[in-house]
Design a protein around this ligand. Structure first.
Ligand SMILES: [Zn+2]
Length: 138
C-alpha cells in the first residue's frame, strides 16, 4: 500500500523521538514509535534496552500510553523507526497489536519509507485466543 501524508507525518514523529542515550543499565531512545488510533488520536513511545533483557520495544511504550489515556484498543496505523530507518515490528510487538483487539489484524503497519502492509501480512497465522474469559473484547 502507498503511504499517505498522515503516514509520512507518523514516520517523522517516530524518528523525532530517537536520540539514543546510554544510561546506567543500557540504552534508551534508540527506537521511536508513533501510532494513530481509529478515532484519530496519536500516541508516541521509545524503547528501553537494558541489561538482563529488561526493557521493552517502543511499540510497547506507545501502546501503553494509548491504554493509559483512553479506552481505545483499535490501532489504525503504526510505525517504528530509528533516526534514519523505518523498522518492521518484532514478533512480540506484532502479537501484542493482535491481542489488543481482533480488528487490529487490519492495522496498517509501515515497514519501509514507502511501504505499509496490514498486520495480517506480518502475522499470517496469528495466535487465536481461546480463553474468552481473559479476553472480553472477543
Ligand atoms: Zn518489538
Amino acid at each position: 500500500m502507498l503511504l499517505t501524508k498522515q503516514d509520512q507525518k507518523l514516520i517523522k514523529k517516530a524518528k523525532s523521538l530517537t536520540s539514543e542515550k546510554a544510561i546506567r543499565g543500557g540504552f534508551v531512545k534508540e527506537v521511536g514509535c508513533a501510532l494513530i488510533t481509529e478515532k484519530g488520536k496519536i500516541f508516541l513511545g521509545v524503547n528501553l534496552d537494558l541489561a538482563g533483557g529488561i526493557g521493552f520495544c517502543a511499540e510497547h511504550t506507545a501502546i501503553s500510553q494509548m491504554i493509559t489515556k483512553t479506552d481505545e484498543t483499535h490501532i489504525k496505523t503504526i510505525v517504528t523507526a530509528k533516526s534514519d530507518q523505518v523498522l518492521s515490528p518484532c514478533g512480540r510487538c506484532r502479537e501484542l497489536i493482535n491481542l489488543l483487539d481482533s480488528r487490529n489484524i487490519d492495522t496498517e503497519v509501515i515497514i519501509e519509507h514507502n511501504k505499509k502492509v496490514r498486520l495480517e501480512e506480518l502475522l499470517p497465522y496469528a495466535w487465536q485466543v481461546t480463553d474468552k474469559s481473559k479476553c472480553k473484547v472477543w
